[in-house]
Design a protein around this ligand. Structure first.
Ligand code: C2E
Ligand code: MG
Ligand code: MG
Ligand code: MG
Length: 280
């Protein structure tokens, strides 16, 4: 941890993070308190099979409600936690909490759903991820196929030498693997066939613009065709309208999530959603 801090210690301002020094330091101490006081929660966004419109999964998305600052979006504090090293503790909590929830839902007799867990590439700089996943699966006596790890393209590019065998072990165990925000990263497609990934999640920026912009439509179409030719399935993120759904189905996209159906919900509301949901 000290090593990581040392590496980044003097880079106080990063325009990409949209935070200044003071805000940055404020967030770091806020995150520390949040970990101590259990201020983090996981919300769950349902994922759908586009053909049947049945629920097949739920993406776990972290939420932080600070008593003074209110809701702080993950795009604001996750990058800070990645810089400070706190992402390791947050990440371990997320894995454990997602598995705990999946077990609770199984026990409650909910229809089987795969719970998606977002992992930061920084988490893989220590070799705890695999252990954290194994521990949680064992602790909650959860079949590995009940969870899906969402990885990023950058992870597969930059640190592929150690990552490849690790992902292979997880995959052999039965854990599902997907690539998040596909299309926004390095777009080196060669790695796709080398890893044990089963699904691509197309970044919502392409989906959002798809109906108005021919280029974005072309990118979505190309990603889906390429994925299928490699034997991968596709999830569209940010499906907001019925028109988008029709279009994505036409392109052969298998799965989707988005405000058309539901935003991410607290666990109790998610269960209520599942109980009352009817495919249209
Ligand atoms: P992501 O993993 O790509 O998650 C999808 C984001 O899109 C979520 O934002 C979700 O609420 C939002 N979204 C879903 N459907 C729609 C839609 O129809 N329209 C629009 N405009 N947005 C939609 P959220 O929850 O704010 O999370 C943002 C990012 O923060 C995530 O992107 C992920 O990269 C990161 N993140 C969230 N939770 C975790 C976590 O537990 N661990 C890590 N390492 N990162 C996380
Ligand atoms: Mg994700
Ligand atoms: Mg995404
Ligand atoms: Mg994202």
């Amino acid at each position: 941890q000290a090593k990581e801090r040392g590496r980044n210690g003097f880079q106080f301002y990063d325009p990409q993070m949209n935070t200044n020094v003071v805000e940055h330091l404020h967030l770091i101490s806020g995150i520390r308190t949040a970990l101590q006081k259990d201020e983090f929660k996981l919300y769950y966004q349902p994922q759908f099979d586009l053909k049947s419109e049945r629920i097949i999964g739920a993406e776990a998305l972290i939420r932080w409600k600070n008593p003074e600052l209110g809701m702080i979006p993950p795009n604001k504090f996750i990058p800070v936690a990645e810089r400070s090293g706190q992402i390791h503790e947050i990440g371990a909590w997320v894995i454990d909490e997602a598995c705990r929830q999946a077990r609770e839902w199984m026990d409650a007799g909910l229809p089987p759903i795969v719970v998606g867990v977002n992992l930061s590439p920084i988490q893989f700089r220590r070799d705890n991820v695999e252990r954290d996943v194994m521990n949680a699966l064992e602790h909650y006596n959860l079949p590995p196929s009940a969870i899906e790890l969402e990885l990023t393209e950058s992870l597969l590019i930059v640190e592929s030498d150690q990552i490849s065998p690790l992902l292979k072990r997880l995959r052999n165990l039965g854990v599902h693997l997907s690539i998040d925000d596909f299309g926004t990263g390095y777009s080196n497609l060669g790695y796709l066939s080398r890893f044990e990934v089963e699904r691509l999640k197309i970044d919502q920026s392409f989906i959002r613009r798809m109906l108005e912009n021919k280029n974005d439509e072309g990118i979505v179409r190309a990603i889906i065709e390429m994925a299928h030719s490699l034997g991968l399935e596709v999830v569209a993120e940010g499906v907001e309208t019925a028109e988008m759904l029709v279009h994505l189905k036409g392109l052969g996209c298998e799965f989707g999530q988005g405000y058309l159906w539901s935003p991410a919900l607290p666990a109790a509301e998610f269960v209520e959603f599942i109980r009352t949901y009817q495919p249209k």
